[in-house]
Design a protein. Structure first.
Length: 382
């Protein structure tokens, strides 16, 4: 009976001080970068403070000389401290496991997260390559996580250009415009990949979104503004496209189609190009697009506009109302109207259409944009 009671204590009660770890826990600290001997010595030292190397030598640790070497490593790594005793023999004490092992644990946890992300990326690359090799024209991607991974992978593999159509949506089920820019677009531009986008005019009715679009244009993105877009779309190097299968369900159960180099991809590319060419180009704020060119009467490209008037004209060019321009520029509605009236008087324009015609002819707008501006009548962008 006494023997059975002792066995029960050993199995269910706390492990006796200084005992070796069981098989399930042996060498767990090696996952934090410790060697097996250092693991065993540290565990013993936790239960036996102020121990000499000889006192820690045994079946699980080996010779005292080996233990001494392990202790020196533990001290060097901040896992233990040493102090001389009266007999000049060093005695060792374990540092707090929370303070000593916590940073190692966090480092390993972060490394595992990076490995997990790599495995996920490799799996997505494998899936994409297999689908392309099989000749399947279309893949179906289900769930926001899968769509996001493919979206980022497609852009990361771009070598020539990335083209996007972005209707205004209240819910971004996969990734926001800002997050996509931060994660991948900056890298693409540094690599020399061209970025072309078509956005709906309603984007520019919201000051924060208008400021974001203007910032991207200033960084070198080519942005065209249209009244309305039929669908969200991204095309990479004209070899792969991604678009939602059911846009109305993006906020609850997103499903997307990945289209490879087929006739369908050619049709989607034509859809993008048609909208891009018909839209108004968004001009970067603070840039004089007419600098260095001469134009007609009034303020020509050579003379240029001041910074505020340039912004007003460029925003009118993409179709914003006077009120929307005032909100975006943080100006009063009447101030915007007064500046526009002054421009009209200076160039002798009686209508917004005449003012727009003069802006195009005088080099106030980008030359390409001026030549390709659609005729939109009295309610045109400018």
């Amino acid at each position: 009976m006494p023997q059975r009671r002792g066995a029960a204590l050993s199995a269910e009660g706390p492990r006796q001080s200084g005992s070796a770890p069981d098989a399930a826990e042996a060498y767990l600290l090696t996952f934090l970068g410790l060697e097996p001997l250092e693991d065993a010595v540290y565990r013993l030292l936790v239960d036996r403070p102020d121990s000499e190397p000889a006192a820690l030598a045994g079946e699980s640790t080996g010779r005292a000389e080996d233990v001494a070497c392990a202790l020196d490593v533990l001290v060097e790594r901040g896992l233990a401290s040493a102090r001389p005793a009266g007999d000049a023999v060093l005695r060792y004490r374990a540092s707090s496991p929370v303070l000593a092992l916590g940073p190692l644990l966090e480092s390993r946890r972060a490394a595992l997260h990076r490995v997990e992300s790599l495995v996920t990326t490799l799996a997505e690359r494998h899936r994409s390559a297999q689908a392309h090799a099989s000749g399947a024209p279309v893949e179906v991607l289900s769930g926001a996580a899968a769509i996001r991974r493919r979206l980022l992978l497609m852009q990361d593999q771009a070598t020539i250009e990335v083209c996007t159509m972005m209707p205004l949506r209240e819910v971004h089920a996969v990734i926001t415009v800002e997050d996509n820019h931060d994660e991948i677009e900056d890298v693409l531009m540094r690599r020399g990949v061209a970025l072309r986008s078509v956005i709906e005019r309603d984007w520019l009715e919201r000051p924060e979104m208008a400021a974001t679009a203007a910032a991207y244009a200033a960084q070198g993105q080519h942005i065209s503004v249209v009244d309305e877009l039929p669908i969200k779309l991204i095309i990479v190097d004209r070899r792969m496209a991604l678009l939602p299968l059911a846009p109305e369900r993006d906020d609850v159960d997103p499903v997307a189609l990945a289209v490879h180099g087929t006739g369908l991809l050619t049709a989607l590319s034509s859809l993008f190009e048609g909208h891009f060419e018909r839209g108004w180009r968004l001009l970067p704020s603070g840039v004089d697009p007419g600098a260095g060119r001469t134009g007609g009467a009034g303020r020509t490209g050579g003379a240029g506009l001041d910074a505020v008037d340039r912004q007003i004209v460029s925003l009118l060019y993409v179709g914003l109302t006077d009120a929307a321009i005032a909100r975006q520029l943080g100006m009063g509605h009447r101030t915007v109207q007064r500046r526009l009236q002054s421009l009209m008087v200076e160039v002798g324009a009686a209508t917004r259409f005449q003012r727009g015609w003069h802006a195009a002819c005088s080099g106030w707008l980008d030359e390409t944009d001026a030549q390709s501006t659609p005729n939109r009548g009295e309610n045109s962008a400018v």
